[in-house]
Design a protein around this ligand. Sequence first.
Ligand code: HXC
Length: 513
Amino acid sequence: MDKKKQELTRRQDQAALGGGQDRIEKQHAKGKLSARERIQLLFDENTFEEIGMMVVHRSTDFGLDRQKIYGDGVVTGYGTIDGRLVYAYAQDFTVFGGSLSETHAEKICKIMDLAVENGVPLIGLNDSGGARIQEGVRSLGGYADIFYRNVRASGVIPQISAIMGPCAGGAVYSPAMTDFTIMVEGSSYMFVTGPNVVKTVTNEEVTSEELGGAMTHATKSGVTHLTAANDVDCIKQIQQLLSYLPQSNGNKPSINGFVLSDELRPKLNDIMPESSTTPYDMRHVITELVDVDSFMEIHEHFASNIIVGFGRVAGMSIGIVANQPMHLAGVLDTDASRKAARFVRTCDCFNIPLLVLVDVPGFLPGTDQEWNGVIHHGAKLLYAFSDATVPRITLITRKAYGGAYDVMNSKHIGADMNFAWPTAEIAVMGAKGATEIIFKKEISSADDPQATLIEMEKEYSDMFANPYKAAERGFVDEVILPEESRRKIIKAFSLLANKKKLTPDRKHGNIPL
Ligand code: HXC
C-alpha cells in the first residue's frame, strides 16, 4: 500500500505543478498568480476539492501525444466561500497557455452541470490563449458546449467571470453571457479580433490594452462590470459580489445580522442644493440610506449619469438604481438605459429587491441619441422594470420629468411603494420648456416677452414643480422628509418581504434586445 500511496502522491504533486515551476515563475513575473494560487485565495482555507485533477487531452496531432499534462490547463472543483458552497474553474496559463481543448472544455462543462443541478453559484477564472490551436474544430465545439451551458444556467445560478489574462476570439462570449465580468487592470484583455487582425482589416493601429484592456471595457464598451488592481483585489471583489447574491433563483440572498433601529439620517436634509439646477452627488444619498460600508458599485466607470450597485438595508441585500445629477444632470441616454436595464434584470432573476432613486430631467435629445437607438435602449429599461416581480421601492428626490418619470420605476409600471421628498418636481417637462410651448402666443404678443416668460414660468413651477399633484393621485404614496428616508425604506422592504407576483402564462417575453 505504501508504494501505491507514494505513486498517488507523486502524481498529485506533478498535477499541482501544472506546466512546471519555470512557467509558474513566468506567470509571477507578469504580476499574475497561478491558477491554484488563485483558487486557494478564493475559497475558505482547506475547503477546495478538485475534480478531474488527472485528466489529460486525447490529441495526437502535432506531437501532442508526447505532451500530456495533468489537468489539461484548467483546475476545476468546489469549496466554500464565506461558508457557502461554490463551484469554480481556473484556467492554468502554464499549461498550453491555458488554451481550451476538448477535455479542458469537458472538465468545465462537468462542474457547470453540477453547479446547476445543485443550485450553486459558478465562478470562472479565465486566463487562456483561446482555442487549443492543434485541436481545431474539437476545441471550437468545446467552447460551444460551454456557451450553451452558460445560457441554460442564466437566471438559475449566479455566474461570475474573472478575466485574469488573455481572453480573445469567440472565447469572450462565455464571460459575456454570465452575470458579471471583472477584469484585472494591466494583465487582462478581451477582444473578438486582436490588434494584428484589426490592422489588416481596418488599418487601425491599436495596442491590446487600448483595444480590450480593463479600463477600455469599463469606460467605453461596458463589457466589464468591475475592474481590479491585481489578482488579489480581483478575488476579494468576487467574494464581496457573491455576498449579495443568493445560491440560486430558488433562494433569497442571505440577511446579515442587523438590529433594526428607528434611526433618522439628518445629513440627508442638507444634501439638496437650493437651486434645482445645481448638481449634487447621489452617492451621498445612497451612503446615508444603506447600512454602513455596504454599497458596492457596479459599472462605476460606464454611463456615469446612472448609478447601479448592491447594498444592504437592515442587513438585507438590495439592488440600487439611481440617477446621478453630477453627470449630464442625471439624464437617461442609450448607455445609461442599457446599463440600468441589465442590472434590473440581474436583480430580478436572483430575488434581489430594488431601490430606485430618481432625479432625472428626461431622455437626452439629439441626433446621436436618436440614431443610436435611444428609443430601443430606453425601452429596455422600461421593459426590465415593468417585468420585474421583486419588491420595488422608488424615492423621487428631485426631478422626475417626462417619459423618464414613467420609466424610472413609477407606480404605473408596477413599483410597490413610491416616496418623494418635498423637493420633488414631477411633470411632463421643465418649467421653461413647458412655458415656451403652452404660452407661446401670450409670450410673443406681450409688450415685454421676457418678463411674461418669467411670470408664466413661475406660474407653471408653482403648479407642477412639486410632489403634491402626484401624491393627490396616489402616484406617490407618501411625501417624506429626507431624514426619514432610511426608516421608511426599511419598513417598506419588510412589508414587501413575502411579495409574490404571478407572471403571464407565456414562453418568454420579447424584451427589445
Ligand atoms: C495552443 C497555445 C495557445 C493556443 C498559447 N499557447 N496559446 N497553445 N493553443 N491557442 C501556448 C504557446 O505555444 C506557449 O507554449 C504557451 O502557450 C505560452 O504562450 P506564449 O505565446 O509564450 O505566451 P505570451 O507571450 O504571454 O502570449 C500569450 C498569447 C499568445 C498572447 C495568448 O500565446 C497568443 O497569441 N496565442 C494565440 C492566441 C490565439 O490566436 N488563439 C486563438 C484565438 S481564436 P510553450 O510550450 O512555448 O510555452 C479562438 C477561437 C475561439 O480562440 C472560438 C470559440 C467559438
